[in-house]
Design a protein around this ligand. Structure first.
Ligand SMILES: Cc1cc2nc3c(=O)[nH]c(=O)nc-3n(C[C@H](O)[C@H](O)[C@H](O)COP(=O)(O)O)c2cc1C
Length: 194
């Protein structure tokens, strides 16, 4: 069976989003992918090459001031070298973000990731899960408790450290990782047989 290669390109200022990046890695590895976890704030030339060689790239960042963090934006601008050569054309893309408020304008961060992916000619994979915590019988422990479709959205109280990342959000990030690995496997196998 095809082994998809999934890279997670993320930034985390204080460690919360890093917990989610690990969860995406866990999910993708469980689904049989080879996974590269790359902190874009200290990305090396060798890691750029890992991104170039990956079948899928999952973008992850905290939401700062209603968008991805400055460090992630620096990375996004640096990807313009790949944009010129179309190096990431037709890779799979997905994304996740975390912030202190339940909304916190996280949708805008996920939308930024989709535009970045589209500029590179990548194919976006959304979360693929129904929204949770939206009825009288549901709870904040539901998968996708914040009801995002574009990717995984997490909320961490601003007075807690990385240990405070919500278990449901970790499970949701794992689900995203599994889904990206599964969809990438199908895509890579399909392209090989086309
Ligand atoms: C500069 C800055 C801007 C922030 N802006 C937002 C925001 O727009 N919305 C929000 O809900 N939380 C905001 N926060 C809170 C962070 O998103 C939250 O603390 C998150 O867990 C940080 O993740 P990290 O530890 O991976 O950096 C902001 C935090 C900082 C430091």
């Amino acid at each position: 069976m095809t082994t998809p290669v999934v890279a997670i390109a993320y930034h985390s200022g204080f460690g919360h989003t890093a917990v989610l990046a690990e969860a995406v890695r866990t999910g993708a590895a469980e689904a049989g992918a080879t996974v590269h976890l790359i902190n874009v704030a200290e990305i090396t030339d060798a890691q750029w090459e890992l991104l170039d060689a990956s079948d899928a790239i999952v973008f992850g960042s905290p939401t700062y001031m209603g968008t991805a963090s400055g460090a992630f934006h620096v990375f996004a601008e640096a990807t313009s070298k790949r944009w010129f050569t179309r190096a990431w054309q037709d890779k799979i893309a997905a994304g996740f973000t975390n912030s202190a408020s339940k909304s916190g304008d996280k949708l805008h961060t996920l939308q930024f990731f989709t535009v970045l992916a589209a500029q590179h000619g990548m194919h976006w994979v959304g979360l693929g899960a129904m929204p949770g915590w939206n009825s009288s019988t549901s709870s904040e422990n539901d998968i996708n408790r914040l009801g995002f479709f574009l990717g995984a959205g997490a909320q961490t109280d601003n007075d807690q450290g990385p240990e405070g990342v919500h278990k449901a959000d970790i499970a949701t990030a794992e689900l995203l990782g599994r889904r990206v690995a599964e969809q990438t496997r199908i895509y890579v196998a399909g392209r090989a047989s086309a």
